[in-house]
Design a protein around this ligand. Structure first.
Ligand SMILES: [Zn+2]
Length: 186
């Protein structure tokens, strides 16, 4: 699952005041129009620029490729319980067969048996698996999720988001995308 950003849009990578991306997935990008607006409103500093410039009758300005917020935005501690975030927690993989296609939402304990719509009871499942499991308990269906569903932290989702980089990355972004990647202890 990738997000394509055509080159001619010249989007700006948006960093938080600590020089980390505001969000990894989706990657925090602004259109060049929004980036320039924020520069003039004094909300961001320009960290890197494109070669491409925009011109007014009296001035010209190179488009920002990386901007940094002047005031730090505190990340939410607990990510919102959304379909997208459940899929991201489960790495866009059916929790029963590992398929990436045709993903739906499955209640591990079915709703008909009192199962709740919560982080701890909802997993990504492809529609064939969802259909096969139907209204059965995992044991009756012989189908158990690969990982026990859990409430992820923002950090968990960031880490998973890094597994799905967009297929367009400007070279000036790379320093800011990977420098805080955790190192594997050897
Ligand atoms: Zn499946």
């Amino acid at each position: 699952m990738t997000i394509g950003v055509p080159n001619d849009l010249s989007p700006a990578l948006v960093l938080n005041a600590d020089y980390r991306p505001l969000s990894y997935y989706p990657l925090s990008l602004w259109s060049w129009q929004d980036a320039i607006k924020a520069v003039f409103l004094d909300r961001v500093t320009i960290v890197a620029e494109y070669d491409r410039a925009v011109h007014s009758p009296t001035a010209s300005m190179r488009l920002p490729s990386v901007v940094c917020l002047k005031s730090y935005v505190k990340p939410a501690r607990n990510p919102a319980f959304t379909r997208f975030n459940v899929f991201l927690r489960d790495r866009f993989q059916c929790q029963y067969c590992g398929d990436h296609n045709d993903l739906t939402f499955d209640h591990v304990v079915p709703r008909s048996k009192g199962g709740l719509t919560t982080w701890e009871n909802v997993v990504a499942a492809c529609s064939p698996c969802n259909l096969r499991k139907g209204g059965h308990m995992p044991k009756a269906a012989g189908m158990f999720p690969q990982q026990k569903p859990y409430q992820p932290t923002v950090h968990d989702l960031h880490n998973n988001g890094r597994l799905f980089p967009p297929n367009y990355l400007h070279e000036s972004w790379l320093d800011y995308l990977y420098w805080d990647t955790e190192l594997d202890p050897e």
